[in-house]
Design a protein around this ligand. Structure first.
Ligand SMILES: *Cc1c(COP(=O)(O)O)cnc(C)c1O
Length: 426
């Protein structure tokens, strides 16, 4: 199919994420991707600033990941996980248990981040049901984002979570204000007052607190105090409420720690992983929990956890995940993240002087330019492409989260192009 035909057919039949079929916003055909570069069908080459939404941490078309999948393909692409098991899944589960914060010993594989969140919520509900103290509500944070399925939507920020339209059909959850103290600041008693009041008032109804540790992603790209997270963990213990940490975006090094919970030195009762889990190759997610939760669920009526996706623990995806984790751990990833952090800090700093910019902030391999007004995607998206970079803003947020393997010069060019486009088009 030539490029023109492809675009015509795409506009006619294909829906893209959070987009309309009116054809108002352009899409750009990609022919291939290698390292940190996307090769467009028209021959242009873009430096990728997005890692395909936090996922492609080792860059595209990586020989080690390619080989892992090709090798697994020779054995089997997929088998059902009911009643069967296989080496790629067991190895991956073992590794995740080892790498994640202490006390998470049971792994449930799912096929996307949103489903991992549904699974986490169902675990929490089944845990309390098993104990004969049914609790079915969740306490979440404003500016949180946890996915697009119904359970996940119900705990997203009702305004910035992009799901306001569905309010009527969503379970009514509880929302505490977004954490006020920013990353690096202490958290006072006053900062937690509203959260504590909700927890005290509704403790007999709340199955779990759910939050994104340290980095609130798609709901606002905010970095908050580790002290806040530590105190939330203490409050959950005090009030006998489970803590679900959604590390789908932050997992595997993005914030500068392997898992963002480590900034606060805490372990959640339930942990969701996804996105970078397979290095951006295949869709796979995991929900981990403690023996306390999995044993309680398993030893009471109905004696089973009530979830089981068709493509659970897909062997190709598990093989990719094992290879991706191997690559990450055998690389000096902390140095890479620290270098990216410094380069983002330096490269995006000039944006602070722009009248249209509200704030510039950087943590680990995440750089954010928050504007005072939402961007016009029809104008800014082609401008980024013309500038030779792939950057996809949303609302007031222009942000970068490059692959960990990006070279200094590419990163400098990415930052300079980003600041230049923001200067001209916001
Ligand atoms: C992306 C994301 C999800 C949803 O994951 P999908 O794979 O898109 O379903 C959930 N929580 C967080 C924090 C995310 O960033």
């Amino acid at each position: 199919m030539n490029r023109r035909e492809l675009l015509l057919q795409d506009a006619e039949h294909v829906w893209h994420p959070y987009s309309s079929m009116s054809g108002a916003n352009p899409v750009f055909p990609v022919a291939s991707a290698r390292g940190v570069r996307l090769q467009l069908a028209d021959g242009r080459e873009l430096i990728d600033g997005m890692s395909s939404w936090w996922c492609a941490i080792h860059g595209y078309n990586h020989p080690v990941l390619n080989a892992a999948i090709e090798s697994q393909l020779q054995n089997m692409a997929h088998v059902m996980f009911g009643g069967l098991t296989h080496e790629p899944a067991v190895t991956l589960a073992q590794r995740l248990v080892e790498l994640t914060p202490a006390g998470l010993d049971t792994v449930f594989f799912a096929d996307s981040g949103s489903v991992a969140v549904e699974v986490a919520m169902k675990m929490a509900i089944q845990y309390w049901a098993a104990l004969g103290q049914p609790k079915q509500r969740f306490l979440s944070l404003r500016n949180g984002y946890h996915g697009d399925t119904f359970g996940a939507m119900s705990v997203c920020d009702p305004v910035t979570g992009m799901h306001g339209l569905f309010t009527g059909t969503l379970a009514k959850q509880l929302f505490a204000p977004a954490p006020e103290p920013v990353f690096g600041q202490p958290c006072s008693k006053a900062h937690l007052q509203a959260f504590r009041t909700l927890l005290e008032t509704y403790r007999s109804e709340i199955a779990a607190v759910i939050l994104e540790p340290i980095v609130q992603g798609a709901g606002g790209m905010r970095f908050y105090s580790a002290d806040y997270l530590r105190k939330v963990r203490e409050l959950c213990n005090e009030h006998d409420v489970l803590l679900i940490a959604d590390e789908i975006a932050t997992g595997f090094g993005r914030s500068g720690k392997l898992f963002a919970c480590e900034w606060a030195g805490i372990s959640p009762d339930i942990l969701c992983l996804g996105k970078a889990l397979t290095g951006g190759y295949l869709t796979l997610a995991a929900t981990l929990t403690s023996k306390r939760v999995s044993d309680t669920i398993s030893h009471h009526e109905p004696g089973a956890f009530m979830h089981g996706p068709t493509f659970m623990a897909n062997p190709l995806a598990c093989a990719a995940a094992n290879a991706s984790i191997g690559l990450l751990l055998s690389s000096p990833w902390q140095d890479h993240i620290r270098n990216i952090e410094q380069a983002l800090e330096r490269g995006l700093a000039p944006a602070r002087e722009l009248p249209a910019v509200a704030e510039v902030r950087v943590l680990g391999a995440i750089g954010v330019i928050e504007l005072k007004h939402p961007v016009d995607m029809k104008i800014i998206q082609p401008a980024f492409v013309d500038a030779g970079v792939w950057v996809r803003p949303f609302g007031k947020l222009v942000y970068l989260m490059p692959a960990y393997v990006i070279q200094t010069q590419d990163l400098q060019q990415l930052c300079a192009a980003t600041v230049d486009v923001v200067t001209r088009h916001s």
